[in-house]
Design a protein around this ligand. Structure first.
Ligand code: G3I
Length: 597
């Protein structure tokens, strides 16, 4: 009987694990340049190295671009004895992330839980100074080992008391705080951990991580006050981790979560959703269809808020398959909290998140629309090359300009478009978070233009931008908006301090924002020959007038690039001088220079 029953199971067990060919979470997350991650188990705590299990590893690397050890980098697994570290699990995670081209997050350098017995014992008798030395050595060793591999750390986890406001106690008791602590009062021990972590890896992003801060209330206020103080005093902190262990019952309320995200973002900090799971009531581990649908709606709702918050740069689930989740052991009667079921099949939450990635309109803010040469914001001019920053959409790697079948610069790059009053503009390049376009000449004469950007057919809300006749700016040679200008010899070599322009010689300055062209210029067209700008143009080098031999479209480049051929004033002596071009009475940005000999 038993043999027969086993045979029935064989197809389930023996079947080769192949993911159905469908859109994956990783594909759509990459397009939206959101780090979508999962915690994973790599054999710590005596458990199995799940990364060695094909279905686990395949699902993880197929659907996620970010990885974090659920337990491997906590004190107990990684520092089991006072003088011994065990990096086995952590190294497996680092190797897996490297092989699968995933980002790797570290969790956690300081926590009141999961500390090894030797440390808890030490805390009973050690001096704060000894505890400080132990903590510093741990941070130096662990952060140092993964320097350049772990891009972000949960430096401190769950240090704020759950009753932060009720009785005024801000911080939870712990061996690191006051039992016996490391000899620092208040939040100073948390600050110290951040400073040590930053010293160990100055490039890693450092986060404070906690739960039950996803809505307004005393605990969030305490966290906000603490990180606001850190930011004000230059403590090296880069973000706050919101754990997001929730149910599908409505917490956190969307408005409250947005409010909390905005408050953290306003400090210039990033937001990572670090441990999301949506636990459901289960019977023998099985949830109802209705609850699975509610779960999908919750994953979609939280992801939407993250996508609409540019500062929200990562969303991690705490595990990804119901086969391995902390929930059933911690919340009796609950389970099925993760996007994939115990057989690694996608639950409704997966399709819901894919749809969310593909349908939630990206956010656009007018101060993200700047001149492509000077990065100055404000009004736009006909033909101006602009750059839009902050658009969380588009290709993960840069896609450069292309000509369409009419020989015009294409207005659709990798499913991204930028529209002015509903008309798609030529695109210079597109990259998630940054897209460069040419303001159509057709906006000339309008007071304002309505800018939208679109990814995969989904448009942002329109943003109104004022239109001016000219908004000139000179391209910098290093594309920083200042410093040596993109200024060429007649032979088209770039003039540099090593190869200065002789006085009296003609140089070619490349700029944009010069406005309309006499006789009109075709939006997206490649300038075939010389032309004349409608607005008057003058130039100075070192404050001296520079004769202009030509000022107009740059032959061979897209209409909108201004070429000014000017003569370096003979009266100048060798040196580095500011270059200023004035178009229609408007000056280019300060700080662009030319080297003269
Ligand atoms: O694998 C061993 C097993 O062999 C042994 O028989 C069993 C009995 O002790 O222990 C098993 O290890 C347990 C491990 O989870 C299994 O993955 C550890 O004891 C147990 O401490 C560990 O709990 C982890 C917990 O943090 C404490 O470190 C959970 O997996 C992990 O999901 C949970 O994660 C925390 C985050 O770090 C911080 N935020 C809250 C979150 C949930 O509590």
């Amino acid at each position: 009987m038993r043999a027969k029953r086993l045979l029935l199971l064989l197809p389930l067990i023996a079947a080769p694990f192949v993911l159905p060919a469908q859109t994956t979470l990783r594909q759509v997350a990459d397009q939206r340049r959101l780090l979508l991650g999962s915690a994973a188990q790599a054999g710590e705590f005596g458990g199995a190295n799940l990364l060695a299990e094909v279905p686990y590893a395949t699902t993880l690397s197929t659907h996620f671009n970010l990885l974090e050890g659920e337990n491997a980098m906590k004190w107990s697994p990684i520092h089991p004895d006072p003088t011994r570290y065990n990096f086995t699990g952590a190294d497996r995670l680092a190797a897996f992330a490297r092989e699968q081209k995933m980002k790797l997050r570290g969790h956690t350098l300081l926590w009141h839980s999961s500390n090894p017995t030797w440390l808890s014992d030490q805390a009973k008798t050690a001096t704060p100074q000894a505890m400080a030395a132990t903590l510093k050595q741990h941070i130096d060793t662990v952060v140092g080992r993964y320097k350049g591999q772990i891009f972000a750390w949960d430096v401190v986890n769950e240090a704020v008391s759950d009753t932060a406001t009720a009785n005024g106690t801000l911080l939870r008791d712990s061996i690191w705080n006051n039992q016996p602590g490391i000899g620092l009062a208040g939040t100073a021990y948390i600050e110290q951990a951040f400073r040590w972590a930053h010293e160990a890896d100055p490039d890693a992003l450092l986060f404070y991580n906690d739960y039950s801060i996803e809505g307004p209330g005393g605990k969030f206020s305490a966290v906000l006050n603490m990180v606001r103080d850190f930011v004000a005093r230059g403590v090296p902190i880069h973000g706050v981790g919101f754990q997001m262990h929730v149910t599908s019952s409505g917490y956190p309320d969307s408005a409250g979560l947005r409010q909390n995200f905005q408050a953290i973002a306003a400090l210039g900090l990033q937001i990572h959703i670090t441990e999301m799971d949506v636990r459901l009531p289960v019977t023998n581990g099985v949830a109802s269809e209705a609850n699975l649908a509610a779960q999908a709606a919750t994953y979609s709702r939280i992801l939407t808020i993250c996508l609409q918050t540019p500062a929200c740069t990562a969303l991690q689930t705490w595990g990804f398959t119901d086969k391995y989740s902390w929930i059933p052991g911690f919340f009796t009667g609950f389970g099925a909290a993760l996007p994939f079921d115990v057989l690694y099949q996608p639950k409704p939450a997966v399709a819901a998140m894919i749809n969310t990635f593909q349908s939630v309109a990206p956010t656009l803010s007018s101060n993200g629309i700047v001149n492509a040469a000077s990065y100055r914001g404000g009004a736009v001019a006909p033909g101006e090359l602009i750059t839009i920053f902050g658009a969380t959409y588009g290709p993960a790697t840069i896609v450069g300009a292309a000509l369409d079948s009419n020989g015009l610069v294409s207005s659709n790059l990798a499913s991204t478009r930028v529209l002015f009053d509903g008309v798609a503009a030529p695109l210079i390049y597109s990259l998630t978070g940054q897209v460069s376009a040419v303001v159509p000449y057709e906006v000339a004469g309008r007071q304002q233009t309505s800018v939208e950007y679109e990814f995969n057919g989904v448009r942002s809300a329109p943003v109104q931008v004022n239109v001016v006749a000219t908004a000139p700016a000179i391209f910098a040679a290093d594309a920083t908006g200042s410093g040596p200008g993109l200024i060429l010899t007649p032979g088209y070599t770039v003039i540099t301090t090593a190869d200065p322009a002789p006085v009296g010689s003609v140089v070619i300055v490349l700029a944009t924002g010069a406005g309309s062209v006499v006789g009109g210029a075709k939006t997206g067209g490649i300038a075939q020959g010389i032309g004349q700008q409608s607005a008057a143009i003058t130039a100075t080098i070192g404050g001296m007038n520079a004769d202009i031999a030509y000022a107009g479209p740059a032959p061979g480049l897209v209409n909108g690039v201004l070429q000014v051929n000017l003569t370096v004033p003979k009266a100048l002596s060798a040196g580095i001088y500011p270059v200023v071009i004035t178009v229609g009475g408007v000056r280019t940005q300060d700080g662009v220079t030319i080297a003269v000999r």
